[in-house]
Design a protein around this ligand. Structure first.
Ligand code: 6PG
Length: 475
């Protein structure tokens, strides 16, 4: 029988997606450049469902029912282009090519346009949840044509995570929309992790708490508003003891954070779109700083002049940190959703932000209880200009505001770096300010470069003759 769908590239993600599809009753054609890997899949998991293994790409394509749906799960960049090129020669108009890797969205836009020329549908599809998610239910963010979703959507929805019976998969929008949203998901993932790390660091410094004591704190937080996968696994990582040394695991891990690049892409795109994603940017820079070994070595000699911690009420301090974390998190998400809205307008994707929050409730790395609140906020006001100004979040952040200010102030006084906490608070104060000092910047630009300015009292564009009579002119 002809296969419903094919997967090429049977690394751990591809293999697990193929198994997930087969376990849901689909007949899955499987292919890998090195056939041994395909045989290995058949040997280890061939009894989990119906697989159709092929050694050559031509046989693989021939084993598929039409319109053919091929999921490509190979390394982003050159390897993906090579596989796509080979497929284009074998597929027919109406067939669907799905790139389920972490591709950069401009590549996806380029590939989608190129395949459209051949009458093929190209679906750049974000998949989150790691190996485990791919097998048991990821969050899936497919872009591409609405027509392709009619064939592909039901299969992806079936294998995705479900929350309250609702699949964590929806058609995101045309072109590169799916990979764009996955990219922002990863940027938010960076921000979430940086905020958690700052909270941990503050409590260790201020309270002298051990990692296992802090594991308790995070486990408790996971029973409240902060309930999320990342908070849950923070407790697990903190309570883990290194079997070699018997020390806390986090104390034997080198403090240099790595990255594969999706956070950096998010910040680059935000700069291009002119959207301030300060939480994601600080998180990305914090990783870069942690890995700046020569600078950090030279920096050890710098004076600190910081106050010594003297926390009398531990519980109150922990509550303050929790509130600062929650408020900063809301800011980071608010900024990420702004970026999605800006890209959606720029590229004509018409992305429903509430639906994005909905498909992130399960399966993905940033899955969290509070995403329900985000969906509700966008359902109340689909064109909401600022997520933190939604009444629910305005209240929630307002409740934590004093705590947030105390924590950022204490961190600065005691010399503990909290770039994400502090920049999120600065963003909050800037976005609610009636007047910002950008007026002075405009004055300076006009002075040195005749760059012109607008006035508060009248419309038009003006320039002041700074070298002559200081008289203002219409520009
Ligand atoms: C996911 C993750 C995943 C990402 C890793 C590593 O949604 O399952 O976002 O796609 O690649 O988390 O990212 P970094 O190496 O950049 O930290």
């Amino acid at each position: 029988t002809a296969a419903h769908i094919g997967v090429t590239g049977l690394g751990v993600m591809g293999r697990n997606l193929a198994r997930n599809l087969a376990r849901h009753g689909y007949t899955v054609a499987v292919h890998n450049r090195t056939y041994a890997r395909t045989q290995q899949l058949m040997e280890d998991h061939g009894d989990e469902g119906t697989f159709v293994p092929s050694e050559s790409t031509a046989d693989f394509v021939a084993s598929l029912a039409t319109p053919r749906t091929v999921v490509v799960m190979v390394k982003a960049g050159g390897p993906t282009d090579a596989v796509i090129e080979e497929l284009v020669g074998l597929l027919e108009p109406g067939d669907i090519v799905v790139d389920a890797g972490n591709a950069h969205f401009p590549d996806t836009m380029r590939r989608e346009a190129a395949l459209r020329e051949h009458g093929l549908h190209f679906v750049g599809c974000g998949v989150s949840g790691g190996e485990e998610g791919a097998l048991n239910g990821p969050s899936i963010m497919p872009g591409g044509s609405a027509q392709s979703y009619a064939t592909l959507g039901p299969m992806l929805e079936a294998i995705s995570a479900h929350v309250d019976g609702v699949p964590c998969c929806t058609h995101v929008g045309p072109g590169g929309a799916g990979h764009f949203v996955k990219m922002v998901h990863n940027g938010i993932e960076y921000a979430d992790m940086q905020l958690i790390a700052e909270a941990y660091d503050l409590m260790r410094h201020a309270l002298g708490a051990t990692p296992s004591e802090l594991a308790q704190v995070f486990a408790e937080w996971n029973a409240g508003d902060l309930e999320s996968y990342l908070i849950e696994i923070t407790a697990k990582v903190l309570e883990h003891t290194d079997p070699v040394t018997g020390s806390a695991f986090v104390d034997v891990v080198a403090d240099r954070a790595e990255q594969k690049g999706t956070g950096r892409w998010t910040v680059q795109s935000a700069l291009d779109l002119g959207v301030p994603v300060t939480g994601i940017a600080e998180a990305t820079f914090a990783r870069a700083l942690s890995g700046s070994v020569p600078q950090r070595t030279a920096g050890q000699a710098l004076p600190g002049h910081a106050a010594r911690w003297d926390v009398t009420d531990r519980e109150a301090f922990i509550t303050d940190v929790r509130k600062a974390l929650y408020a900063s998190k809301v800011v980071a998400y608010s900024q990420g959703f702004d970026q999605i809205a800006a890209a959606s307008a720029e590229y004509g994707w018409d992305i429903d932000r509430g639906a994005m929050a909905r498909i992130w409730r399960g399966g993905c790395i940033i899955r969290a209880k509070f995403l329900d609140r985000i969906t509700q906020a966008y359902e109340r006001t689909p064109d909401l200009p600022l997520l933190i100004a939604d009444p629910y979040f305005a209240d929630a952040v307002g409740d934590g505001l004093d705590a947030w200010r105390r924590i950022v102030g204490l961190a600065a006084a005691h010399g503990v770096p909290t770039p994400a906490f502090a920049s999120s608070l600065a963003y909050y104060d800037a976005i609610r300010a009636e007047r910002l000092p950008a007026n002075l910047i405009q004055g300076l630009r006009d002075y040195f470069g005749a760059h012109t300015y607008h006035r508060t009292d009248t419309d038009g564009v003006f320039h002041t003759d700074w070298s002559g009579d200081h008289v203002e002119h219409d520009a």
